[in-house]
Design a protein around this ligand. Structure first.
Ligand code: ADP
Ligand code: TZP
Length: 275
């Protein structure tokens, strides 16, 4: 079994290059979060260079936050290149039910690229099942009654890992289902923490994929659990030193930088489920 601490140590040892095609709102924060954890963020969003950039990466993040026809084209080109190279692709369908444009882009990404993992909030993952939008703006409007069931259905429908974020995070890969209650409600006061969760999942998947550990059964699922626990525990520690959302954001980056594998292993509480 790959512990959360083992996975964090691998991230810092491997320092994966993570190619992002993502929204313009949270790019800088996400790049700083990935750097703080030991990764190498790379943003390359023009269709003319997207495939080439992906071919030089260890993992690819496709984030639908501020889509344009050009970035959607770039996502499809980068995704095909990532598939040819065999690196993990992580898709965050940010605000997917806001417009037909986002819904259509998500359909193409899912059908043409078959991402390794889908990460999003409950409204986003439910939309991928029902094509009905229950979000407010781009956020999940209200807690859903059974987030585990939504994640299970998404993982089964799209044959991938599903990571549903919220007060409780759900990490599902087929029959493997886990939940983590780590985190802090101030994460919802800083824009980009959902995007960062997605990029951290991609970072951990890329690290494990590029190491021997990646060949072990369940390694990708365990890496995704490690990713959400790392962010959640970093947030719990950050909250202790923060006065409000501004200092919380700074403290969060500092905790991502200083968290030690043994500390995460001592602290992480993960519940396993069966369906
Ligand atoms: N009420 C909450 N309490 C504690 N942590 C939360 C809460 N809501 C979200 N989180 C955490 O915030 C991060 C971003 O999740 P979320 O807010 O669902 O993303 P998004 O911005 O995509 O809606 C995740 O690490 C999640 O665990
Ligand atoms: C506010 C906003 N609008 C389009 S993308 C974006 C940021 C979304 O970030 P997150 O989903 O991580 O809160």
């Amino acid at each position: 079994m790959l512990t959360p601490g083992d996975a964090l140590a691998l991230v810092r040892q491997k320092r994966p290059v993570l190619h992002h095609i993502m929204n313009q709102v949270t790019m800088s924060f996400v790049a700083n979060g990935v750097l703080a954890l030991g990764g190498r963020p790379m943003m390359a969003r023009h269709p003319d260079e997207a495939a080439e950039a992906a071919s030089k990466a260890d993992g690819l993040v496709l984030n639908l936050g501020t889509p344009t026809p050009e970035t959607i084209e770039a996502m499809l080109l980068a995704g095909k290149s990532a598939r040819a190279k065999g690196i993990p692709i992580v898709f965050d369908p940010v605000g997917v039910g806001l417009s037909a444009m986002r819904g259509d882009a998500a359909t193409r990404i899912l059908e043409e690229l078959h991402p390794t993992a889908i990460c999003g909030n409950a409204a986003e993952l439910s939309y991928l099942l029902t094509r009905e939008w229950h979000g407010k703006g781009i956020d999940a409007a209200a807690p859903v009654s059974d987030p585990v069931e939504i994640a299970v259905q998404v993982a089964r429908r799209y044959r991938c890992l599903a990571v549903l974020t919220g007060k409780t995070d759900v990490i599902c890969g087929g029959r493997l289902i886990a939940t983590s209650g780590h985190g802090d409600e101030w994460l919802t006061l800083v824009t980009g923490t959902g995007c960062l969760a997605t990029s951290i999942v991609a970072l951990f998947l890329a690290a494990v994929h590029s190491a021997e550990a990646g060949s072990k059964p369940h390694a990708s699922w365990e890496a995704s659990i490690a990713a959400v626990c790392t962010l959640g525990i970093a947030a719990e520690e950050a909250r202790l030193a923060a006065a409000g959302p501004g200092t919380f954001q700074q403290e969060l980056l500092d905790r991502l930088y200083t968290l030690q594998p043994a500390f995460i292993n001592n602290r992480a509480e993960i519940r396993l489920h069966s369906r």
